[in-house]
Design a protein around this ligand. Sequence first.
Ligand SMILES: [Zn+2]
Length: 198
Amino acid sequence: MEISWHQNPLRTTVCLTEQEKELFRLQVIVAELEENIGTAAFHLDTTERNKTYFDPEEAFQYLGYAVEADVGDREYNLYLSELESGSHMGDCTCFPASCVKCHAESILGIDTIDGLGKHSAHKIYGSFSRDDATTIHDVIERLSDYEPVRSGAWLNMPEEAFNQHVPRWKAEAQRALTWLTSYRDRHFPLAAEPANPY
Ligand SMILES: [Zn+2]
C-alpha cells in the first residue's frame, strides 16, 4: 500500500497492489454482509427496546441483499475510487452526510486524517477551497492570522450574534493550525537553513 500524502490532507490518496485490492474487495463484501445481516436481525428483534421496528418483510429484504451474487461489487468500486482519488467530505468536515472516503479507509484499517476534528477539518477545507494553487504553507499562514469577517447572511443579523461565535471560531482555527503544522512537519518539512560556512 502506498499512501500519497497531499498538501490538502483531505485529498490524500492510497494506491493498492493487485493483491491488496483483492483483499480489500473481500473486506468490503464482509462489511456489506455484516451491514445487511445486522439490519435484518434488527428488524427481527422483539425485545422491548426495538420491538417497534419489528418487520419480518423488511428483514427478508435485507437477507435477500446479502445473498445477491454481486454483493459488495458496487461498494468496492466506489470505495476504491475514493481511496485512489476522492476527497474527505461529510461528517468528518461538518457536512450533513456520511463520508465515503472515511468509510473506505476504515474498512482498509487506516485513517489518513487521524486526530483531526470535524471543525478543524471544516476550517482546512474552507482554506484550501479558495483556489487550486493554495499550498499547505499558505493555509498555515492564513490560519495563524485567522480573523472572522462578518459577511453574507451575518450582515442581516445583529453584530452581537456574530461576535458571540468569534471566540469559538478562533479556537477551532487554532486547533486546525496545530494539527496542520504537525502534518506539514511530518510530510512536507520546510527545507533546513543551509549552515553558515563562516
Ligand atoms: Zn472523511
